[in-house]
Design a protein around this ligand. Structure first.
Ligand SMILES: C[S@@+](CC[C@H](N)C(=O)[O-])C[C@H]1O[C@@H](n2cnc3c(N)ncnc32)[C@H](O)[C@@H]1O
Length: 270
C-alpha cells in the first residue's frame, strides 16, 4: 500500500480535490441512523461502485479510503471560516478542501521544528494540549488520524502522552462560541486504548453536555460487506499490550477478532 504509485495517486487526489464536487457528492444523507449513531456502510457509501464491487478511491488501505471519504464529507464547506488542523503531518487533503472552499487553513503539528511558529493561514509547531493561538480564534478545529495518538503511550507517539480532557479543553478555548470540532480515528488499530478497544462511550464522555452540543458520531466501514474485511494483524498486538491497561484480557481477545473501522465525532462549542 506504500508503493510509489499509491503515494502519487494520493498526492494527485489531494492536489485535484474539489470542494464543489465533494459538496455535490456528500450533500444528501449518506448514512443510516441506528441508536443515535450514523452508520456509513460500504454498500450505501457514495464511493461504492456497484458494478465493480469496489471503493472508487484509487489508493490507500481500506481504512485510508474511508478517511478520504469522511474528510470530503466534512470539510468541503469552509467559506469565510478560520479553520485549524491538529496533527497535519505532511500532506493535508483537509487544507486543500478548506482553502479552496473559501476558508483559511492553519495547522499545528508536533513534528514541525519548534521555532516554526504557526500563523493564521500557515502551519507550524504545536500540539493538541498547547495550541499557540488566543481564545475564540477558530470557527472549526479538525484532526485527521491524529486524535488516537494524543494520549498514546507506545514509543511511536510523538511526545509525552496528553490527557484527553486537557486537549479538548484547549480546543474549546481556541474555538469561537458555536464553533465546531471534527475528529476521526481508527478503531481496533492503534493509539490510545479507548480507540483500540472501540470504546465509543468513553470517547463520547470527553464531550460533556455542559461544554458541547450537537455531538454526532459516525461509524464508517463498520458494515464493510460486500467489500473486504480489514482486520488487525498479529504485528499490532505487541503495541496493544503496551497500551491496554484498563480492560480485561477476555475483552481484549474479543476485540482482536473485530474488523478495523473509522470512527468520527463532531460537536459544537456551547
Ligand atoms: C497518522 S499521522 C496523520 C497525519 C495526517 N493528519 C494524515 O492524515 O495523513 C498522526 C499525526 O498526529 C500527530 N500527533 C500526534 N500526537 C499529537 C498531539 N498530541 N497533538 C497534535 N498532533 C499530534 C503526529 O505528529 C502525526 O502527524
Amino acid at each position: 500500500m506504500h508503493s510509489l504509485g499509491n503515494s502519487l495517486r494520493k498526492r494527485l487526489h489531494s492536489i485535484l480535490a474539489s470542494p464543489r464536487k465533494a459538496r455535490k457528492e456528500w450533500g444528501k444523507q449518506y448514512w443510516q441512523e441506528l441508536d443515535g449513531i450514523r452508520n456509513i456502510s460500504c454498500r450505501h457509501c457514495p464511493k461504492f461502485n456497484e458494478q465493480k464491487i469496489t471503493c472508487t478511491i484509487p489508493f490507500g488501505t481500506p481504512l485510508r479510503k474511508c478517511v478520504i471519504a469522511a474528510t470530503e464529507a466534512h470539510l468541503s464547506d469552509a467559506r469565510d471560516k478560520n479553520v485549524l488542523e491538529i496533527g497535519f503531518g505532511r500532506l493535508s487533503l483537509g487544507r486543500n478542501l478548506v482553502n479552496r472552499s473559501g476558508g483559511t487553513w492553519t495547522g499545528v503539528e508536533p513534528h514541525q521544528p519548534k521555532e516554526r511558529k504557526p500563523q493564521l493561514g500557515k502551519g507550524g509547531y504545536g500540539h493538541a494540549e498547547d495550541i499557540p493561538f488566543p481564545d475564540n480564534t477558530f470557527d472549526m478545529v479538525f484532526g485527521i488520524q491524529s486524535f488516537e495518538h494524543w494520549g498514546q503511550k507506545a514509543a511511536a507517539a510523538a511526545r509525552k502522552p496528553s490527557e484527553y480532557s486537557d486537549c479538548l479543553n484547549e480546543i474549546r478555548r481556541v474555538l469561537k462560541p458555536g464553533g465546531a470540532v471534527y475528529l476521526d480515528a481508527p478503531m481496533h488499530f492503534h493509539g490510545h486504548e479507548m480507540f483500540i478497544m472501540g470504546d465509543i462511550q468513553k470517547i463520547a464522555s470527553l464531550f460533556p453536555d455542559e461544554d458541547w452540543c450537537n455531538v454526532v458520531i459516525e461509524k464508517w466501514r463498520y458494515d464493510y460487506e460486500p467489500l473486504e474485511r480489514y482486520a488487525p494483524t498479529e504485528k499490532l498486538f505487541d503495541e496493544w499490550q503496551e497500551e491496554i491497561f484498563s480492560y480485561d484480557a477476555v475483552e481484549v481477545e474479543r476485540v482482536k477478532a473485530e474488523p478495523i473501522w473509522l470512527f468520527t465525532i463532531s460537536a459544537e462549542k456551547k
